[in-house]
Design a protein around this ligand. Structure first.
Ligand SMILES: *[C@@H]1O[C@H](CO)[C@@H](O)[C@H](O)[C@H]1NC(C)=O
Ligand SMILES: *[C@@H]1O[C@H](CO)[C@@H](O)[C@H](O)[C@H]1NC(C)=O
Ligand SMILES: *[C@@H]1O[C@H](CO)[C@@H](O)[C@H](O)[C@H]1NC(C)=O
Length: 278
């Protein structure tokens, strides 16, 4: 109703202004006034259109991104690369946990160890466990958290080492501890809802209030596992070493990753399916 009335008014005012401005014998002063009015009118219409475009623009952005995601094939198991942080010491005890969710035929996973596992477990005869990768030496990195464990650097660096392998067709890098039990199909379903070509850091905070206060409510805790989209992971891998040197004061690996992701301007996308039990 309001819009129609406004339109009618504007139509009538424009026709009247043209009537007045048309006769050439009218004094200049009177003709300049309506033309100034119509100038203001056109200016305000242009301004309105500009403001309308501005307010519409943000609603267009997610539309295009969601239409884009339908053009790529759905995310499946083979698009996920799991990286598990372990050690030669804990490896024999944690293998049963890994076998709960890992399947060599359908799950892509790597286990990052500090050194080769004990003899009977070193061969690939244990094909029901993920391939073992020996982490690179991190003794040159500073670690200043009193009473903490230096292995936090090695574990955080698995993010870079997993990316640098150039594994094909990885959309999501998923990280967890050697006692993290993944329900792979659930992880796939959760991550398939996000566009891996955009920067995503997906996980959940701790179920312990104190842990969240000590670290952050916006940090993904490693015990529950977390995921990084391939586009973010590639950028993160490039800056990780310099970033790890700057956060020598932190305790764990997950707070290191959190800090480095935060430096890239990315916040946590909360997926409560990733959770750790204390
Ligand atoms: C995995 O694939 C191999 C070869 O195709 C097959 O022999 C084996 O039974 C499969 N294992 C499982 C758990 O499906
Ligand atoms: C496992 O250990 C045996 C004995 O030391 C060695 O011959 C073999 O090459 C090792 N396998 C792997 C995969 O490292
Ligand atoms: C991965 O790709 C980069 C750049 O193409 C290359 O420098 C690097 O050596 C590759 N790494 C592996 C393990 O193939």
């Amino acid at each position: 109703m309001l819009q129609r009335r406004k339109k009618d008014q504007s139509y009538s005012s424009s026709s009247s202004s043209s009537d007045i401005s048309m006769p050439p014998f009218l004094p200049i002063r009177t003709t300049s006034e309506p033309s100034f009015k119509s100038f203001i009118l056109i200016l305000s219409i242009l301004l309105n259109l500009y403001l309308l475009f501005l307010t519409w623009a943000p609603s267009y952005a997610p539309l295009t991104s969601s239409t884009l995601i339908t053009t790529v094939s759905p995310t499946t198991r083979r698009h996920l690369l799991f990286s598990v942080a372990s050690s030669s010491l804990s490896w024999p005890r944690r293998l049963p946990y890994l076998r709960l969710w890992y399947s060599p035929n359908s799950t892509r996973a790597l286990a990052f160890l500090d050194k080769p596992p004990p003899l009977p477990l070193n061969s690939s005869s244990s094909s029901s466990s993920p391939p073992v990768v020996i982490s690179a030496d991190t003794s040159a990195f500073p670690y200043t958290f009193r009473g903490g464990l230096r292995s936090a650097i090695r574990v955080a660096r698995a993010v870079k080492e997993a990316v640098d392998r150039n594994e094909t067709d990885v959309r999501w890098f998923v990280f967890g501890d050697d006692d993290t039990v993944f329900f792979v199909d659930n992880v796939v379903r959760a991550l398939a809802r996000y566009d891996h070509r955009r920067w995503f850091y997906v996980g959940s905070n701790s179920e312990s209030y104190d842990q969240n206060v000590d670290h952050s409510f916006e940090m993904a805790f490693g015990g529950g596992g977390f995921a990084i989209s391939c586009s973010l992971a590639e950028v993160l891998a490039r800056v990780l070493d310099s970033c790890l040197r700057r956060y020598a004061n932190l305790y764990g690996s997950d707070s290191r990753i959190y800090s480095c992701v935060a430096e890239l301007g990315v916040g946590l996308t909360h997926e409560p399916g990733f959770h750790q039990v204390l």
